[in-house]
Design a protein around this ligand. Structure first.
Ligand code: G3P
Ligand code: MG
Length: 255
């Protein structure tokens, strides 16, 4: 198998920085997740119109920024249609709570520097603006390879989009990749191996004795999202999962 041995990542991963306790995919969330004991975080990354990688989950700006008031009703809601210079002016914290008013959208570079300076590991979920899958994978992986050039542990790249993983492989094939799946199809392990992935990251309800065995037999590491209750976590730990992505940085305390 292509999986690094030993696996360099901790079992517990803070979803979007700190789940729902702080505004998702912001530096404030990363600080909170780390303060809760998480040594690794997941975040969603896409490209601004000028190609700069930054953190945002949705394709549109409406839910987690003040774009509607800041840019006006006529402006595009699609994040990837705005250059970074415009996105940098947005408030990505007020939607969550007043305590986070003014929190900006982070660039991948800003988050990389924060992680490297604080000994935090990162799972970069490549979340392309629809229609830009391969290009986003190429660009995000190229930036990640440069930013983590001297780091002992590289970021784990993941995506639901096979084209994004192909792009990442083409531009920085040495960075580890994981295939995200929300449902299983025949040949799911073969698909991950075909993409040169070292891991599969499944909706946690899909993991069972059978699926764990199938992945492990293929030499793939087993990760799960998004695990938010104690019972589900215990089930996955008993199955021997390698990674558990959770919103509940308040509930689980990573050893
Ligand atoms: O990377 C795992 C998880 O984040 C995938 O779902 O929608 O929260 O990005 P989503
Ligand atoms: Mg995600």
């Amino acid at each position: 198998s292509a999986a690094p041995s030993p696996w360099p990542y901790p079992r517990w991963i803070a979803h979007r920085g700190a789940g729902k306790l702080a505004p998702e995919n912001t530096l404030a969330a990363f600080r909170l997740g780390a303060a809760q004991g998480f040594r690794m975080a997941e975040c969603d990354v896409k490209l601004a119109a000028d190609g700069l990688p930054f953190l945002l989950h949705d394709a549109t700006l409406d839910r987690t920024t003040n774009a509607v008031t800041q840019f006006g009703p006529a402006a595009s809601r699609v994040a990837g249609e705005h250059p970074w210079a415009e996105l940098a002016t947005l408030d990505a914290g007020s939607w969550h709570s007043r305590a986070y008013a003014g929190e900006p959208l982070p660039t991948l570079e800003g988050i990389a520097r924060h992680c490297l300076a604080n000994g935090l590991l990162l799972n970069i979920e490549i979340k392309p603006t629809p229609g830009t899958e391969r290009f986003t994978g190429e660009v995000v992986a190229r930036h990640a390879a440069r930013l983590w050039n001297d780091a002992p542990v590289p970021p784990l790249l993941s995506s639901f989009k096979p084209e994004a993983l192909e792009g990442a492989r083409a531009s920085a094939g040495h960075l580890p990749r994981g295939l995200l799946l929300d449902s299983l199809h025949g040949g799911w392990c073969a698909q991950a191996l075909g993409l040169g992935c070292v891991a599969v990251v499944l909706n946690h309800t899909l993991w069972s004795l059978e699926t764990v065995r199938e992945a492990k037999d293929a030499g793939l590491r087993c990760l799960a999202y998004t695990v938010n209750d104690e019972w589900a976590a215990q089930r996955l730990l008993a199955l021997g999962l390698d990674g558990i992505i959770t919103d509940r940085v308040d509930l689980f305390s990573p050893g």
